[in-house]
Design a protein around this ligand. Structure first.
Ligand SMILES: Nc1ncnc2c1ncn2[C@@H]1O[C@H](COP(=O)(O)OP(=O)(O)OP(=O)(O)O)[C@@H](O)[C@H]1O
Ligand SMILES: [Mg+2]
Length: 218
């Protein structure tokens, strides 16, 4: 499976389909036992590949002892930004994600939506060329969801490649140029939302999903 440079790609599939596993493999967080992965031409385990990817994981894995600003600055440091640049970029990200007022607040004292925003801000600190968002809008309120959509769209318009997983089909339909349905670790369908609707003679992406998963189960 490949995702083109500059694409906005959606991964859909039931719980346990392998979405997070695929992402973890790309990000070198798990050991792959077979196959090869390359990120913009670099083997996925190399530093060059790691630098190009920003990941907002499904689990909110923030360090409970760091405040918002430290979370961002330290992440910048891990990715080789010098002190001044990390500080400036952290401020920029706090402004974009409306976290400035919480700069000195530690993760456990943030609301759920704020943690999601911080997770996304952290993923973007080093200006990755590929941004992977694993269910970024799970548990996010309506307004924030629209805001995140706007921001992700803008990133994409600037040339960033986006890989998104979501259980909200309308979100995939709204945002993604290309969608892959996966089940039991296999891609069972892949096309634009329009292409999928036509191929499955379906009125909506939800119909496509039900039909494709039903056919795969059979
Ligand atoms: N670290 C691991 N070691 C072994 N098996 C794992 C590990 N993590 C996940 N799995 C298994 O791999 C399968 C796919 O899990 P994965 O987390 O990739 O699903 P997912 O598509 O992201 O689902 P969800 O929508 O629930 O997030 C599941 O059966 C899961 O139990
Ligand atoms: Mg998952």
């Amino acid at each position: 499976m490949s995702v083109a440079d500059g694409d906005f790609f959606g991964l859909l599939g039931p719980n346990g389909a392998g979405k997070t596993t695929l992402i973890s493999a790309v990000c070198n967080l798990i050991r792959v036992t077979a196959g090869e992965i390359s990120v913009f031409g670099h083997p996925h385990g190399e530093l060059a590949a790691r630098r190009l990817v920003g990941l907002a994981e499904q689990d909110v894995n923030l360090d409970r002892f760091l405040d918002v600003e430290e979370t961002l600055r330290y992440h910048g440091g891990y990715y080789g930004l010098d002190r001044a640049r990390a500080r400036a970029r952290a401020r920029e990200m706090m402004d974009v994600f409306d976290l400035r007022a919480k700069a000195q607040v530690r993760a456990p004292k943030l609301s759920g939506g704020m943690r999601r925003r911080l997770l996304l801000a952290r993923a973007l600190m080093h200006e990755p060329r590929l941004v992977i968002l694993d269910e970024p809008t799970a548990g996010v309120d309506f307004e924030l969801r629209l805001e995140l959509w706007r921001y992700i769209r803008r990133l994409h318009a600037q040339g960033t490649t986006i890989l998104l997983t979501t259980h909200y089909l309308e979100e995939a339909e709204e945002l993604c140029e290309e969608i892959a349905l996966i089940r039991s670790g296999r891609v069972i369908a892949r096309d634009t939302a329009d292409g999928l609707r036509a191929a499955y003679d379906a009125g909506s992406l939800a119909d496509v999903y039900v039909k494709a998963m039903g056919a795969a189960a059979a």
